[in-house]
Design a protein around this ligand. Structure first.
Ligand code: ATP
Ligand code: MG
Length: 446
């Protein structure tokens, strides 16, 4: 107890220092200079750093959260870095569990907030490290000290440590100055760092688009010639990063940057093909803009909807091929969907759990064209109606379907029973045999 009190007094006294000072290779920036208050840190993350420090360990808020606070943005989550081992961290907190196999992290829970705590790591020198044939690090999971932990991070802006008890920032790589200059700069030699982990190229694009930071020249320069290395990254990791990019709320900006840097080839294998077709491009860009908008308004946006959009023009062209071969419309659509998902999976595995939703959205598209009898009312009652309708609107906006169809559904949803009656189109002809639906209205630009 007394020890804790003394430590608190010492740290507060240290925090009172008004001048930037250096500690070895570290610059310590006081609150007076950077202005990030401890209240900006979530209560749970503060309890984690307080708890660890009281137990005699070093503990800082680190990474994206410090960067975002300096950029006056709300951090997505708060990560903590410490010199305590995972077992030691677990001993300090009642609700904590160790997760991860390759590198063990601790999740500490307070209420419904979870704080991820990682032990300082060091980068293993390339000579000792296991790498693949292209120099990609296969192992980077050894414990280290704070300075080493800073050096193994990607960008200078991501390598700042914030101590909530003193409100000081610890900066080993001039990240503070880079943030002030709005520059995203790789720590160390960029080409070496991309070779160690090619995903950093995608992170560079995503973070610069999301944060509106400029990629520093030497950080951007090797990307063009090194982009091929993305081909060696395990596909689960690539998909993970693609999802982060597409769900960042800045997908349009990210995809534009990816194209400008020629990085989009081979990522979502169909993305490059589709983006090169005028109608496909319009459709995808409006799907991404729509998702960005929803995310910014804190509305739910599902990856399944986005994947359904990304693959739609491929489905459409296969569907048409099946129809041309004489298959009836709905079986043809089923065949097309399965073929596209299979082909996609050979290149990048979109998790199976999204399949059902994607297929439901696609299968409802021809049904949205039927506006007579009881069918529209039955469609309205389906749980997936809203997603299918949003999807239809994208098709209308891209010019693939007539605007009038989307507008009809917009009105029909809101209309009174009487108005709905009026809106329904007459049944076409006597009910004889089931009519074979005609070819989908638009085809992919040939
Ligand atoms: P976001 O706001 O999207 O979460 P972030 O920078 O916090 O961005 P995370 O994936 O949460 O990204 O990673 C947390 C921190 O881990 C980063 O700030 C960075 O310091 C480090 N990091 C993440 N990925 C890498 C990588 N591939 N190479 C080196 N350091 C990395
Ligand atoms: Mg983060």
């Amino acid at each position: 107890m007394i020890k804790k009190l003394i430590r608190r007094v010492i740290s507060l006294a240290r925090g009172k220092s008004k001048k930037t000072r250096t500690l070895g290779s570290c610059t310590v920036i006081p609150f007076k200079e950077h202005g990030v208050k401890r209240e900006g840190i979530s209560p749970a993350a503060r309890r984690v750093t307080d708890g660890l420090q009281a137990a005699g360990y070093q503990a800082y808020v680190v990474g994206g959260a410090v960067r975002d606070l300096l950029l006056k943005r709300q951090p997505k989550d708060f990560d903590v870095a410490t010199d305590a081992t995972p077992e030691e961290v677990r001993r300090v907190f009642r609700r904590a569990r160790i997760i991860g196999r390759r590198f063990r992290l601790v999740h500490v829970m307070f209420g419904d907030e979870t704080v991820e705590v990682s032990t300082f790591r060091r980068m293993i020198e390339a000579v000792d490290a296991q790498t693949d044939d292209h120099g990609r690090l296969l192992r980077d999971n050894e414990f280290g000290d704070q300075e080493q932990d800073a050096a193994r991070r990607d960008f200078t802006a991501n390598a700042l440590f914030y101590d909530p008890s003193t409100q000081e920032i610890f900066d080993f790589h001039h990240g503070y100055a880079d943030i002030r200059a709005n520059l995203l700069r790789m720590i160390g030699d960029p080409a070496t760092r991309y070779r160690e982990d090619p995903v950093r190229m995608l992170r560079a694009v995503r973070l610069s688009a999301k944060l509106g930071m400029k990629l520093e020249a030497a950080t951007a320069e090797p990307i063009f010639s090194m982009k091929g290395l993305l081909g060696n990254v395990p596909e689960a990791r690539l998909l993970d990063e693609m999802l982060k990019l597409l769900m960042s709320g800045h997908a349009v900006e990210c995809v534009k940057k990816l194209r400008a840097m020629h990085l989009h080839h081979g990522l979502l294998p169909m993305l490059d093909v589709i983006l090169e077709q005028p109608m496909g491009e319009k459709f995808i860009m409006s799907a991404l803009a729509n998702t960005d908008q929803r995310l910014r308004e804190d509305k739910p946006a599902s990856p399944a909807f986005l994947f359904a959009a990304l693959l739609w023009h491929e489905v459409l062209s296969m569907w048409n091929a099946q129809l041309d071969a004489g298959k009836p419309a709905i079986p043809a659509l089923h065949l097309a969907m399965d073929a596209v998902l299979h082909k996609q999976r050979l290149q990048m595995a979109i998790p199976h759990r999204h399949d059902t939703i994607m297929k439901e959205i696609w299968l409802l598209q021809p049904r949205l064209e039927q506006r007579s009898g009881q069918r529209p009312l039955r469609l309205l009652a389906l749980p997936r109606f809203r997603a299918a309708y949003d999807f239809l609107l994208l098709r209308c906006h891209s010019g693939e379907m007539p605007m009038e169809l989307g507008e009809w559904w917009t009105e029909f949803q809101e209309a009174s029973d009487e108005r709905r009656e009026e809106m329904l189109l007459p049944e076409k002809g006597p009910k004889k045999k089931r009519r074979r639906s005609k070819k989908p209205a638009a085809t992919v630009a040939a």
